[in-house]
Design a protein around this ligand. Structure first.
Ligand code: NAD
Ligand code: WQD
Length: 340
């Protein structure tokens, strides 16, 4: 069975993907600099799967470290999650974001080429469609002008990867454009554990429910949507992880493929809060607050290409996403704990 290098493999989406890969019999090498994760994740992965991935603490911007990894392990393909992902922080610290996300991806690709490895799955984002795209987002739309440095970094890397594929037919790249991944592994052993106060909706809700935060602010109740709150396409992180395994099969064919991974339907912020309260039985006090700068009123995926080309359809319901989030949060009220 093939050996997969997973950069950012101790992070939220990476850890769920490592579990899926190990369960399917792949050998896995994780490279992570632990800037936003902890080694405890490796123990949890082992608890779930009975297998422990190889781990290298290192940075994707470190060419020598990458050469060392490709020298030590016979890597067949790379799944590249490593990067910084906080939209607001990227506006404050754009150079760090371009360095980590763009320079990191470029350094990785050059090391891959030196090692003769040309198969890559890249973590892209719905944000590459930019603020002016019509919904639902479909892959035939051109890349937009994302409003944050974070979004721009994803669009730049997509462009770079597509140019690399056009220049050399050995490259085979799938850029997966994630919509809003939430939820956790059904074991309750791994999940999302943001440092400090969460930026994203689902971890904020679950921390209010577990008593770590007092109340949720719902950013905007006057959008042109049925209940006035924003609409997003939430998908279960385990479905997303399985999408990466399916994308590996697509790498048999060379060239560049950008594919949306979303549930294909929109859910409002208020629906999210109400569903979570019903499923968990916990109160989630909230107040309406002004709109958050940069938020779009509503977007969701056209998920046809993933079904047609990967044989992937999101299987898990909103109810599953909420049950699994709550299991993770209530079993781990302090996330991965002090090591974080
Ligand atoms: P995460 O922060 O939990 O995981 C990223 C991992 O990469 C962390 O373990 C971090 O320590 C590591 N890392 C960061 N910079 C690194 C570097 N220079 N070298 C080596 N390791 C490094 O984030 P996530 O939610 O799991 O996201 C994974 C990827 O998916 C990111 O590229 C992110 O931009 C993308 N993405 C995430 C979402 C989302 O909503 N979570 C949506 C779309 C795209
Ligand atoms: C969802 C909705 C908020 C927090 C971001 C990135 C995107 C992707 C996923 C990486 C919005 C509302 C939120 C809160 C709230 N990441 N909200 N109160 O903004 O759709 O996407 O994460 O690629 O690129 O932009 O996700 O979870 O932050 O927000 O009312 O405390 O919840 O206004 O309508 P978003 P989110």
């Amino acid at each position: 069975m093939a050996t997969i290098l997973v950069t950012g493999g101790t992070g939220y989406i990476g850890s769920h993907t490592v579990v899926a890969l190990l369960e399917q019999g792949y050998s896995v090498v994780v490279l992570d600099n632990l800037v936003n994760s902890t080694l405890v994740v490796l123990d949890r992965i082992e608890q779930i799967t009975g297998a422990r991935p190889q781990f290298v603490q290192g940075d994707v911007r470190d060419a020598a470290a990458l050469d060392d990894v490709f020298g030590r392990f016979a890597i067949d393909a790379v799944i590249h999650f490593a990067g910084l992902k906080a939209v607001g922080e990227s506006v404050q610290r754009p150079l760090e974001y371009y360095d980590c996300n763009v320079n990191g991806s470029m350094t990785l690709c050059r090391a891959m080429a030196r090692a003769g490895v040309f198969k890559l799955v890249f973590s892209s984002s719905a944000t590459v469609y930019g603020p002016d795209a019509a919904v639902p987002y479909i892959e035939t739309m051109p890349l937009g002008q994302p409003s944050s440095p974070y979004g721009a970094s994803k669009a730049i890397v997509e462009r770079m990867l597509s140019d690399a594929c056009a220049s050399d037919e050995r490259w085979s790249v799938v850029a997966l454009r994630y919509f809003n991944p939430i939820g956790a592994h059904a074991s309750g052993l791994i999940g999302e554990d943001p440092l400090g106060i969460p930026n994203n909706l689902m971890p904020f809700i679950s921390r209010v429910a577990v008593g770590k935060l007092e109340q949720l602010q719902i950013f905007g109740d006057d959008y042109d949507t049925p209940d006035g709150t924003c609409i997003r396409d939430y998908l279960h992180v385990v479905d997303l992880a399985e999408g990466h395994c399916k994308a590996l099969n697509r790498l048999e064919e060379s060239g560049y493929h950008a594919i949306n991974l979303g549930a294909g339907k929109g859910v409002s912020v208020l629906e999210m809060v109400n569903t979570f309260m019903t499923v968990s039985g916990q109160p989630v006090p909230y107040v309406f607050a002004p709109r958050r700068s940069g938020d779009l009123p509503a977007f969701w995926a056209n998920a046809d290409k993933a079904r047609q080309q990967l044989g992937w359809v999101a299987q898990r319901s909103l109810h599953d996403m909420m049950v699994d989030t709550w299991r993770w949060q209530s079993k781990n009220p302090n996330g991965y704990g002090p090591s974080r």
